[in-house]
Design a protein around this ligand. Structure first.
Ligand SMILES: [Fe+2]
Length: 386
């Protein structure tokens, strides 16, 4: 055993259950909130769940200001506009009702409110000295795990790049409410893409070079929950039991990967998303079987356990045989959820593959990926996936 010291941290308080939203009044009281900036997007603002949360705030006579102009891949100007409202109205706390983009804007506003300056000033790891303003997150997708992860991604539209802002202990939501009622109006494809994002978080964290027994336990359990519940959940987003398990799995996987780092699949998906505007979860799902197959030989025991967690009948098989069935199970899962099997089917063009391969190598996910990956390896991975 080597002497590497591994770290696990998740300071978010989680309230999990069907009708967990009923705890919102007591949570607000406990947080001592005097005025909220309530962040959501225009899609969520037209749903019943938005009305429910708004009614709870009004019944509590808690003043709030609403900001709904949040786009997918939110920009630094969106963060600045929301922050101006926060300052102008002297809010004390942040509430997000939405998916990863909305939570990320909430995190970024919290950093600016406590530290001043521009969000670009805080790109990198632990660049903001003061703890962000407390954030209460109510996720409306089961995927990103952003409510418990230590990062937010904001697009700098002046420089056409994505800023990754991370804090080892300071950048999570203070409180998260995971209630499957929030998932019931999700479109089928959004539910599927988000679920596969969570699956990739769990898998990449499980086989990461930084994995530890705590993250292993969470990731393997998350993979089991997703494997058992994702089909009934995507088929019927009003299935509250399945939705609850998916929310739990997404948070577990978020706690996992935010402590260990991701791997090749996220790396490939990052540039597929940036170059071709493919939704993050979809890009991950399409790259998943190729990246998983490439990494298998670095960690066959873990892949064998993955196969078992996914429900595979691996008894009597050798470790390698069992490990290979995990890749088959992943392909079947993607197929059942309607995920295309090739990058060409989601708008990727062959002429950008070399550039994406170079950028993937330079992004240095070799810090976390279990199998060292060269530029040529990335080139081959993209060509196979194409
Ligand atoms: Fe992700």
């Amino acid at each position: 055993m080597d002497s590497k010291v591994l770290t696990y941290c998740c300071p978010t308080q989680i309230h999990l259950g069907i009708h967990a939203l009923r705890t919102l009044p007591e949570i607000i009281t406990r947080l001592g909130a005097k005025r909220l900036l309530f962040l959501t997007d225009n899609g969520v603002a037209s749903t019943e769940i938005f009305k429910l949360v708004k009614n709870i705030l009004e019944e509590q006579h808690l003043p709030f200001d609403l900001f709904t102009d949040i786009e997918p891949d939110p920009s630094h100007t969106t963060v600045e506009k929301a922050h101006q409202i926060y300052e102008k109205n002297k809010a004390t706390h942040l509430l997000t009702l939405g998916g990863g983009s909305t939570i990320d804007v909430g995190k970024a506003v919290g950093i600016l409110a406590a530290n001043g300056g521009r969000i670009q000033d805080y790109e990198g790891i632990d660049r903001f000295p003061n703890p962000p303003v407390p954030l209460l997150a109510i996720p409306t997708t089961a995927g990103t795990g952003s409510e418990v992860s230590g990062s937010c991604v904001i697009t700098d539209t002046d420089r056409s790049l994505k800023l990754s802002i991370r804090g080892s202990t300071l950048n999570r939501a203070k409180v998260a409410i995971l209630d499957p009622l929030t998932l019931s109006s999700l479109p089928h494809h959004v539910a599927a893409h988000a679920a596969m994002d969570a699956f990739v978080h769990a898998l990449e964290s499980y086989v990461s070079l930084n994995a530890n027994p705590i993250t292993d336990a969470m990731n393997l359990y998350a993979i089991g929950l997703i494997s058992q519940n994702v089909r009934p959940f995507v088929a019927n987003r009003s299935n509250l039991e399945a939705g609850l398990q998916m929310l739990c799995a997404a948070s577990l996987a978020g706690m996992g990967f935010s402590n260990t780092g991701a791997g090749n699949i996220h790396c490939m998906a990052r540039f597929v998303g940036a170059f071709f505007h493919v939704p993050h979860g979809l890009a991950n799902a399409v790259c998943l079987p190729y990246g998983a197959d490439f990494n298998l030989m670095a960690s066959p025991q873990k892949y064998a356990r993955l196969a078992s967690a996914m429900g595979g009948a691996v008894h009597g098989m050798t470790t390698l045989e069992a490990a290979r069935t995990a890749i088959d199970a992943i392909r079947r899962l993607n197929g059942d959820l309607g995920i295309p099997s090739r990058l060409r089917e989601i708008g990727v063009t062959e002429n950008r593959i070399s550039e994406m391969a170079r950028l993937c190598f330079e992004a240095n996910y070799n810090r976390w990926n279990p199998r060292y990956t060269t530029v040529e390896d990335f080139q081959l991975l993209f060509e196979k996936a194409f």
